[in-house]
Design a protein around this ligand. Sequence first.
Ligand code: FBP
Length: 695
Amino acid sequence: MEDNILKINADVRTQANEIMNEYSGETLARKQFSPEKIDIFNASHTCLEALEEYRFLKDTEAERMLPGIINNPVQQVIIDPDPDDNAKTQFSKPRNIGVVFSGGPAPGGHNVIAGLFDEMKRFNSQSKMFGFIKGPEGLLENRYIEITAELVDYHRNMGGFDMIKTGRTKMDSGSKMELALTICRGLNLDALVIIGGDDSNTNAAFLAQHFKSSGIKVIGIPKTIDGDIQVKTDESKVLCATSFGFHSAARAFAQNISNLANDGSSDIKYWHVCKVMGRVASHLTLETALQTHVNIALIGEELADYVDQERMAKSLEQGGQVDYNAYGITLRHLSRVICDIIVRRAAFGKNYGLMIIPEGILEFINEIQVFITKLNKIIADYNRIHDLDFHRAFPTLNEKLDYLRRISQGLVGKDRFPIWNVRDDELFNQLPGFFREGLLVERDLHGNFQFSQVKTEKIIMDMVKEYLDVLREQGRYKVGILRDDYVSLMDAAGMDPELFAPALFKNPKEKYVLVKPDIISLKTLKLALVNAGMLDAEDEIPQIFINIFRKSQAEFNIQTHFYGYDGRGTDPTCFDCCYAYNLGLTAFHLIAGGATGQMAAIINLEKDFHKWQPAGIPIARLMHLEERKGRLELVMEKSIVDLESNAFKVFKAIREDWVAACECPDRFRNPGAIGFSKEMEEDRPLTLRLNALQS
Ligand code: FBP
């Protein structure tokens, strides 16, 4: 290997490097693209106008902990036609602005910085921007770089957060906030912009409160591929339809899944099972399903609403009692729902397909949710009481299980009713080892359960496989054979297809014929032929019948895929480039207008670009108490899929078509690659477009 490298002469090496360093035309177009600015930002000055018609309830804990920002109104950025001298000074004074990425990467992040940078420099070329390295950790450790025009230009419209990296450090103590304040003061910052998800915007709110008297403004930016930052007022007016990054990630997942659809429906032997990121919420799954029309897409939020009607009816019939166990879906029942679709498709010759499972689905499955909540508390309590972290104290699964067992036996703590009882212990130990390990995985710094680390798809698909085996044994899982194929085969073998069809098939006249349920082996095949008088008991089964029987036998083969990190790192769609860039511009105008504790947002995101309206949303009004690390904490509320939304209702109404358990062809949709041209701006999340439809 080394020898070969040495043999390349310098000229070849230079030319080779040039070839390999060329950008594709697409990437060049992307780097040179200037996202359109919302018209307001072409004005020489803007001001902030309070929109009193947008109202939110106040959380009493938020009121107590964030008194300095709780009364912020929703503000829209509007043109100031006649700015006074003070306003002009506010805009043109040199500023120092700090910026930090926080949480998982999301496509478009670099454009937030670009928008903020361009606008800051437009008003004063002496202004400076500092980027803290590796997220809030850099802020606490005073690690930063000055962001230059070259750096910004290099990253325009490009994916990732690599310009200044990111991290998940939580601002969870007064001392950390004081340290952050000291560092921001040291840099003489006028403002700090936190580009992050719900937990990072929670950080932003607490920092805004803590920094209030210092005059340093703190502005949050709605970032996350999960799409779970959505803001509606009490009257359901949409202020922020989604976070930036959501569209790009969903489009990237959709493109990959659509490639699988091409492969899967060509070499028709696999069910492709795709786990898709998104933490608790299934927004990404819903969007990806709408983009690709996969055969099965599970929406966690819907499963939580599930009622086993059969069970309920039975219990009411028997004793007139409501059976509360009928509420909520179990893993077992979920696997039955999936099997039903697999079997129905197979009957039409489609023993293959595509399925999407949201990574957070476990949150909506009662029996598992109980474990997650209880284990959260046990781990958090242990960490609070002991010097050593739970996972260091009990590094192996067996040690962890042993600790749990001791809790259930009352040997740990003094609770008469331990949170982990003998029944929990028994049920938990019935789960496979890999899954127990997954449920015990370390929580992230914010106390979130790390869904991305659990092999959810494996536990579900193992149960599916098990039940399909049962159905196969019962003769209910079979591959339908195209009648024309059957006829050709019989003709070629010199047999009369019409004569034998009634003995072999339960639906001999249909376009897809299904071998009778009681024919599940060569033995039962022979029996059926003998009973029908087509064969003598001593005769061998003619090979043609064996071939037909084999064609009807259903193998269940799966390929599993995980889509997450790839979508987080994709280059942004044109929509996200524009959205994120305009969020950066908005952040500057909020700062110049004196706002703090606000999250920059674009109202009317679901509508055409010329209707976009920059605004600031009071973060404190989006906060509520939530169980984190085993106790209640004030955090920004995540939004989950609204089962009353148009997007979900459309999906629900259409999904049976996508199952395509009929003679029809599959309905897969190819959304195409994430391209880059001016026209692509109109390509925006389908969920947003559907939600904006008027009925
Ligand atoms: P954010 O909420 O920080 O935007 O991160 C989103 C996400 O990509 C989730 O979809 C996923 O569950 C999680 O991050 C994975 O986190 P990690 O990077 O720690 O593996």
